[in-house]
Design a protein around this ligand. Structure first.
Ligand SMILES: *[C@@H]1O[C@H](CO)[C@@H](O)[C@H](O)[C@H]1NC(C)=O
Ligand SMILES: *[C@@H]1O[C@H](CO)[C@@H](O)[C@H](O)[C@H]1NC(C)=O
Ligand SMILES: *[C@@H]1O[C@H](CO)[C@@H](O)[C@H](O)[C@H]1NC(C)=O
Length: 611
């Protein structure tokens, strides 16, 4: 019989009781029990008797299980991959599926778990409700395009991002049917189709989802006329209206269900004050103060308070949005947008300023146990009357020891100065004193190096000094990515849109701590708390996360756990976030896209395994 690891329940109570009696006996005087309890618990024996689980321990355990379930679905051959496809998608795979599989498995050594492509189906499904000729026409007439004819991809555009996407698509052009791809040249996504309309589209699309009789299946794609030659049928002209209202929340929220808090909550129009930070709206995706459902945490529909906590909703740099469902491809989007995701150009390009490949392999033990963040005050156009609602300003502010001590200052000489753009939380942590104590300030300044490199002063009257934010921020020189990897912890905060550093962070030996509202091509293949640490967009969990991993004064940290997640993320990124995986993703995406814009789409498919 194995020796039990933990004492029996009875012993758990008997030992502390004995100890307590002993202590009482020795001291033989009245005792403050509130002191003795924690004292006893903090001894190794106490911890042995009362093992207490941190909420993050539970989340990490759940993530391990989720990940194990996902990879257990890996398929090894074409027939199994096709069966997994049919089961998950309710249709036959698209024509060319066999070539896709060969490319993925044999050429690129990709891990094939059907769930990894969920984003493609999320993005394309509503298009099954539109007429193929209409989608083709919208793509053909869009201002920026990549065109594929006879297995050759080309573009008339010299735009930087388009050139990079072309470079990516050219690597798979030999496997692509004819198509026109409309590309978003802006940082910001383009479409928010009203939720009600998408709901109708989804119902209509669901009716096309069926397993067509194998004998009726068409397994070739149609051809398009050569470039510059008009197609025989024009497709229905659609009147497209572009909206340029910079108050993007008004546009974004129509992508939410009519009963959602985002649709019902009052609209904030005055951003000239400290926004409310703590909010019960976060409870839906949190558990004991930490993000428990990462996907949900990146959805705004249940979080209307974020309208005053994210630059994208307050005043993005540019807005060109439409309610029309158009086949526009882009690198990132909010959950309410209907754009079709491609891997972002900087990921394909592996630019050093986003990847920091040089420093990506620094051993964990050689790093400092500190968190670093450097960046520009992006998020949109910050102005004297709205900057307090910008996420990067908030994150930097709440890591500023001076601001923290000014806020709590209760000494006779000074009256407290409430933080301009964040709130002192009264949340209690396990080992750190409350944020309103000097010890907390010391702790923050010794564990973080978080600062802006540029105030991003676009507001004409304030240039060049940016006198409304300058008093609160000291600018520091930028730190190259490779140098940032000398620190163990890498918080990642959205800028104007998604953060292009994320892939570099994941591939590194440091630990990314990710707060975002942006969706990317790879989301379905990453598991929060397994490959990275998720953070709520209000950052209310930041101090707790830092405390959990770093501890206080060399005590209570979980350096080994942090290292394990950092390495798991790096190893996984080396298997499923390679350039090869981007190619495999894009090839699958474009085969599906080519089918949904084909007039015969409902009978098209690959059924080679069923014949
Ligand atoms: C997370 O939230 C989504 C809704 O966005 C829901 O569908 C999913 O079931 C939730 N996951 C868990 C593990 O609760
Ligand atoms: C910033 O400068 C402008 C223009 O000189 C001035 O009108 C404004 O009051 C200043 N704001 C602050 C906060 O000092
Ligand atoms: C921290 O806050 C103080 C007071 O607001 C400010 O003077 C200082 O520049 C800030 N430091 C950084 C690194 O932003």
């Amino acid at each position: 019989m194995a020796f039990p690891r933990r004492p029996s329940t009875v012993l758990r109570y008997v030992i502390p009781a004995l100890l307590l009696t002993l202590t009482l006996y020795i001291l033989a005087e009245p005792i403050d029990f509130s002191l003795v309890g924690p004292l006893l618990l903090s001894t190794p024996l106490g911890r042995w008797c009362f093992p207490s689980e941190h909420p993050i321990d539970k989340l990490i355990k759940a993530a391990e299980e989720e990940f194990a379930t996902t990879i257990s679905k890996e398929t090894q051959n074409l027939a199994d991959a096709a069966a997994a496809y049919r089961k998950r998608r309710g249709r036959h795979p698209p024509p060319g599926f066999d070539e896709w599989h060969k490319f993925a498995k044999d050429n690129k050594n990709a891990i094939i778990v059907e769930d990894f492509w969920d984003q493609i189906y999320h993005d394309l499904e509503p298009f099954w409700a539109l007429k193929p000729a209409q989608i083709r026409r919208n793509a053909r007439e869009f201002e920026m395009r990549i065109e594929v004819r006879d297995h050759k991809a080309s573009t008339g555009s010299g735009w930087f991002w388009t050139q990079i996407w072309l470079d990516m698509i050219k690597t798979i052009e030999h496997l692509l049917p004819d198509m026109d791809l409309a590309l978003n040249a802006m940082d910001e996504p383009r479409m928010v189709v009203p939720w009600e309309e998408i709901d109708r589209h989804m119902h209509k699309a669901a009716r096309t989802r069926k397993m067509v009789d194998v004998k009726k299946v068409v397994s070739e794609f149609g051809k398009l006329p050569p470039l510059g030659q008009a197609p025989p049928e024009k497709g229905e002209a659609q009147k497209i209206t572009w909206e340029h209202d910079k108050h993007y929340w008004l546009i974004a929220r129509r992508g939410c269900p009519p009963t959602s808090p985002a649709r019902k909550a009052a609209i904030v129009i005055d951003f000239n004050q400290t926004p409310a930070i703590a909010s019960p709206f976060s409870l839906a995706h949190m558990q004991d103060g930490y993000v428990a459902n990462y996907t949900l945490s990146t959805t705004v529909c249940h979080q209307p308070d974020l309208q005053a906590l994210e630059g994208i909703f307050v005043e993005p740099l540019s807005v060109s949005a439409t309610k029309s469902l158009l086949p526009i491809f882009g690198g990132s989007k909010l959950a309410v947008n209907n754009d079709i995701l491609l891997p972002a150009p900087m990921y394909w390009n592996e630019e050093e300023r986003f990847m920091g490949a040089e420093g990506a392999s620094i051993p964990w033990s050689a790093k400092q146990s500190t968190a670093i963040w450097r960046g520009v005050a992006t998020g949109g156009t910050n102005r004297p009357n709205n900057w307090r609602s910008f996420q990067r300003h908030r994150f930097v502010g709440m890591n500023n020891a001076t601001q923290l001590s000014l806020a709590r200052s209760s000494s006779s000489s000074q009256t407290p100065q409430p933080p301009p753009n964040f709130a002192l939380s009264d949340k209690r942590y396990r080992h750190i004193p409350s944020p309103s104590s000097p010890a907390f300030t010391d702790w923050i300044s010794s564990t973080t190096s978080i600062a802006l490199t540029d105030l991003m002063c676009l507001y004409p009257d304030a240039r060049p000094s940016c006198n409304y934010t300058a008093p609160y921020f000291t600018l520091v020189p930028a730190v190259p990515m490779a140098e940032q990897f000398r620190h163990k912890y890498l918080p990642d905060i959205d800028g104007n849109s998604f953060s292009g550093r994320y892939l570099g962070f994941l591939r590194s030996t440091s630990l990314p701590i990710k707060a975002t509202l942006w969706r990317e091509w790879h989301d379905a293949r990453l598991v929060a708390w397994k490959h990275f640490v998720p953070m709520d967009s209000r950052f209310g969990d930041w101090y707790g996360v830092l405390e959990y991993f770093v501890g206080v004064g060399g005590k209570g940290g979980r350096d080994d756990v942090a290292e394990r997640i950092a390495m798991a993320g790096r190893e996984w990124a080396g298997k499923v976030l390679r350039r090869e995986d981007m190619q495999v993703y894009v090839l699958r995406l474009l085969l599906e896209y080519a089918r949904v814009v084909d007039d015969r789409r409902e009978v098209m498919g690959w059924v080679g395994d069923l014949q």
